[in-house]
Ligand binder design. Structure first.
Ligand code: SF4
Length: 219
């Protein structure tokens, strides 16, 4: 169990899965560079978190910007949206809502569905927090993609949970050592919001070294 002052930012898991170095630059070295993708994504999250947009839809109550944390995994953060579906049979009793509900988190992303699992890992970390806080089991959640403005269901498989837990453990290990991994060029660098901060130091690499690295990473 982690104490609260050891908690890492939940959303960092998406950076960590994308590139360990990117995560370390943001979360250990506190460097951040905003480009179009991050600015647009931030605006989308602000809209999702706008607490003036409260909704009750039939048997569903929608909470926005809900704070979540997990002592077991040492993380805290916010869920963009959590829908509480009234379910007297399978739901968990939530005193403030006065009934039994199934929580279903929804993470908002600006772009389209990615080939990597970065978004799913973030959603799974949210699920693990909600399960710990509400003593319940959540079997699925959703990721809403700005393109094509559609929700995609994500099942919380044992494999996804295992990968999420392993990444969170690794994040804590790197953070405890305050270790920033060295540059490792991959295709991800082309879409990286920190490439201007990160890559100049790698320009000293010879062209041959760079080409070898690219070929290795493509295999
Ligand atoms: S530019 Fe590449 S190596 Fe550097 S932080 Fe971004 S993805 Fe990682």
């Amino acid at each position: 169990m982690y104490s609260e002052d050891e908690y890492l930012q939940l959303s960092g898991i998406q950076h960590f899965a994308f590139c360990r170095r990117q995560w370390a630059l943001i979360h250990i070295e506190q460097q951040w560079e905003e480009n179009f993708r991050t600015a647009d994504g931030r605006l989308m999250h602000e809209r999702a978190h706008d607490s003036s947009l409260k909704e009750h839809r039939g048997n569903i109550i929608i909470a926005r910007g809900m704070r979540v944390s997990s002592a077991e995994y040492g993380i805290s953060g916010e869920c963009d949206v959590v829908e509480f579906h009234r379910d007297e049979q399978n739901g968990v009793f939530i005193r403030t809502l006065g009934g039994k509900y199934l929580p279903v988190p929804i993470e908002y992303k600006r772009g389209s569905e990615k080939e990597t699992d970065c978004d799913k890992l973030q959603l799974c970390a949210q699920v693990m927090c909600l399960e710990e806080m509400l003593c319940c089991e959540i079997n699925s959640g959703y990721i809403y993609y700005g393109e094509p403005k559609k929700r995609s269901a994500v099942e919380m498989t044992g494999e996804l949970r295992k990968s999420t837990a392993a990444l969170l453990r690794e994040m804590h290990e790197l953070y405890d050592r305050r270790y920033t991994p060295k540059v490792r060029r991959t295709k991800s660098c082309n879409a990286c919001s920190l490439s201007n901060i990160c890559l100049p130091s790698s320009e000293k690499l010879s062209a041959a070294h760079y080409i070898n690295e690219m070929l290795e990473n493509d295999l």
